[in-house]
Design a binder for this molecule. Sequence first.
Ligand code: COA
Length: 260
Amino acid sequence: MAYSTLLIEDVKAVRWITVNRPEKLNALNRQVLDDLGAALEAAAGDGAVAAIVVTGAGEKAFVAGADIAEFVGLTAAQAAEMARRGQSLFSRIERLTKPVIAAVNGFALGGGCELALACHLRVASTNAKFGQPEVKLGLIPGYGGTQRLARLVGRGRALELLLAGGTVDAATAQAWGLVNRVTEPAELRAAVQKLAESILAVSPVAVARCLESVSVGEGMPLERALELEATLFGMCFAAEDAREGVAAFLEKRPASFPGR
Ligand code: COA
């Protein structure tokens, strides 16, 4: 399916979703959010897709934020509704049971930083810049930034970005644990594809259960989260992948996972 604001490309079993508004630094307007929702749903339901990458078109920006032009004249109720729509999309990304990697190729500001935060893994090019500059507009983040950033990098670092509205470069983002890896811009695509393929080499069932345990368990008290983990661990044993993985180890051969 074609989307007016996205480019879609499959490289092996990895679906690359590129936000394609480079003239507006890939800002997230209503159409981009709708398209992203549909594209992610399509990727989630496509048996040929095992991992998803989200990135931005051009050399300058991943996503430079929500589209500020759409803020003009919003009432409080309309703005809250806009935040709920974006949050719902980003929560769906977080809850996907296929790994989603953000390939951050430049500015990841506001909603762009929040989009990267909702992905499971983040790889940044050396020219990436992360920030939540909403306070400079008299606003706060509305797509999860006040929550996911602190969970990932800690409250003090998150508040530094949230309160002063400044940015951090890729090296600082890596030191903070905001990104998993940093590459030269020209190597970003290959590095992300390689990371995705390393996940494709293991059991898809186990990857899905792992994602579920981490993303659903994070919102639970520890006791309940551990119970969730035990249940999902048990479910792995009901799948063919675990039988194959354990047998392959004991037979000293590479596993060939059926993915069920
Ligand atoms: N929403 C809407 N349009 C945006 C945008 C956003 N978040 N970010 C950039 N753009 C547009 C600019 O308005 C400009 O459009 P124009 O050419 O029609 O005037 C175009 O993208 C290029 O941006 P420009 O500001 O000229 O590039 P720059 O290199 O001078 O600055 C940034 C880059 C990222 C520092 C700057 O664009 C910026 O501060 N963007 C807003 C970031 C932000 O506050 N995001 C959070 C929103 S809640």
